[in-house]
Design a protein around this ligand. Structure first.
Ligand code: AMP
Length: 422
């Protein structure tokens, strides 16, 4: 760190000690960047190094969120961690900040982060770059399928990254073909770990990669949903007795800033209803989830024809196109995204305040992840689910039971201030 940066750090850090007891404002509103809830520890007390404090300030992260308060000190201490906490509450920063704090860069890979989708890998890479802004010596690489493997091999030949983020298949290929050496890794992170560990095929790839890392290392696993059976699997990857932080009561997983409604109708009535909703609701950005690629393409076409310029996102797209669409939506070039479950998890579009389940998800966990795309980081949001079959009703019933949330029939009129932050 240059002397100049250190000086800025000294002078410009706000001392958060004085205003630690931050609570929601009178209306109970939590604005992004001001975590609502009683805050007992600030970032400053966590003794983060100056380049990280500077980056936090640039990102306007004033106070740690609950999950950051609970997990970051443990992560910084080097403990193995299994952490389940609500979607959109700042889990990424826990491992990004911890690894950047602990890293002692040499010519070896220090940290490996694995996750199940390419866009999530890309997004995590961006978070690393954001927080490593004042640590120019840190090299962060992201590897995922859909991009010629030679490109990744060339990147690895030209420089060894300190932090590797990737999807399991591509990482395994690079390791097996001896392009990527993980034998000195000090930290391994699984983000959306239940997705990595649920399916036997994916789990086996993850295990093969994991076996290439040394025995002694820190392991951290994160997700908004870690079902009991996955917890047992997760523990196989950590040291005995890892620190486990679960929101045990699933009702606590409910996103409090989020209003949730449903509309019962036939499949044929969905387009008209959607049109009505988009005409009558106020929004910044909207994500509309559908059940298949063909429905995604058809609905995207319909929306564009009806004057709602939208982007379609589904699995079969070429990787470059997928990233372009991800960036276009993130950069607000369109206000509507029609997506299959490929974007149901992890991805963070901070302007999204409405999620519409044009097709109900196939299970309650997926519902929770999908609606968690809005109302992120304590902001308000609205979800509307279109219910057209007995199976849809069954999933809705499970959602209501498991997460103790009252998803009500959509009323005629909804007060804008209840789902849109001022
Ligand atoms: P995540 O759950 O990691 O996807 O984070 C959700 C959103 O909250 C992202 O847009 C983060 O940039 C933002 N965020 C995370 N932690 C904080 C914080 N302490 N203060 C303000 N924003 C935050």
């Amino acid at each position: 760190m240059s002397a100049e940066v250190a000086k800025v750090a000294e002078e410009e850090f706000v001392d958060y000690e004085e205003d630690q007891a931050v609570v929601a404002d009178a209306a109970g509103d939590a604005k992004k960047g001001s975590y609502a809830g009683v805050v007992s520890t600030g970032f400053r007390e966590m003794l983060l190094k100056a380049p990280l404090m500077n980056a936090l300030q640039d990102c306007s992260f004033e106070h740690p969120s609950e999950v950051q308060q609970e997990c970051l000190p443990q992560a910084l201490y080097g403990s193995d961690l299994i952490c389940q906490a609500k979607a959109g509450t700042g889990k990424t920063a826990v491992f990004v900040l911890a690894t950047l704090q602990l890293i002692e860069p040499d010519d070896k890979v220090d940290t490996l982060v694995m996750c199940h989708t390419r866009e999530l890998a890309y997004q995590i890479c961006r978070e690393y770059l954001r927080f490593a802004k004042y640590m120019p010596e840190i090299r962060v690489h992201v590897y995922f399928g859909g991009i010629p493997v030679q490109k990744h091999k060339d990147m690895l030949k030209s420089a060894t990254p300190h932090i590797v983020i990737g999807t399991p298949g591509r990482v395994l290929q690079l390791v097996t073909e001896k392009d990527l050496d993980l034998s000195s890794v000090k930290r391994v992170i699984f983000d959306e770990c239940d997705s990595l560990l649920k399916e036997v095929d994916m789990r086996s790839v993850v295990q093969q990669v994991f076996q290439q890392t040394p025995h002694n290392k820190q392991v951290m696993l994160f997700s908004a949903t870690i079902p009991k059976e996955i917890r047992a699997v997760a523990r196989l990857f950590t040291a005995p007795n890892p620190i486990e932080l679960y929101v045990d009561d699933e009702s606590k997983l409910t996103l409090h800033g989020l209003l949730q409604f449903y509309v019962e109708l036939s499949d044929e009535q969905k387009n008209r209803k959607l049109n009505e909703l988009l005409d009558s609701l106020e929004f910044n950005q909207v994500i509309i989830f559908v059940s298949s690629v063909s429905r995604c393409q058809a609905l995207n076409k319909f929306l564009n024809e009806f004057g709602f310029p939208s982007i379609a996102m589904y699995g079969g797209l070429a990787q470059e196109e997928r990233l372009k669409r991800y960036n276009d939506f993130k950069e607000y070039k369109a206000r509507f995204l029609v997506s299959t479950d490929i974007f149901g998890r992890g991805v963070d579009f901070e302007r999204v305040n409405i999620v519409i389940n044009y097709d109900m998800s196939k299970d309650a966990d997926t519902y929770l992840h999908r609606v968690g795309r809005s109302g992120r980081f304590g902001t308000k949001g609205l979800s509307v689910t279109l219910i057209s079959s007995d199976e849809d009703k069954e999933v809705l019933k499970q959602v209501q039971e498991r997460f103790s949330v009252d998803v009500k029939p959509m009323p005629e009129k909804i007060e804008i201030s209840t789902y849109m932050s001022a």
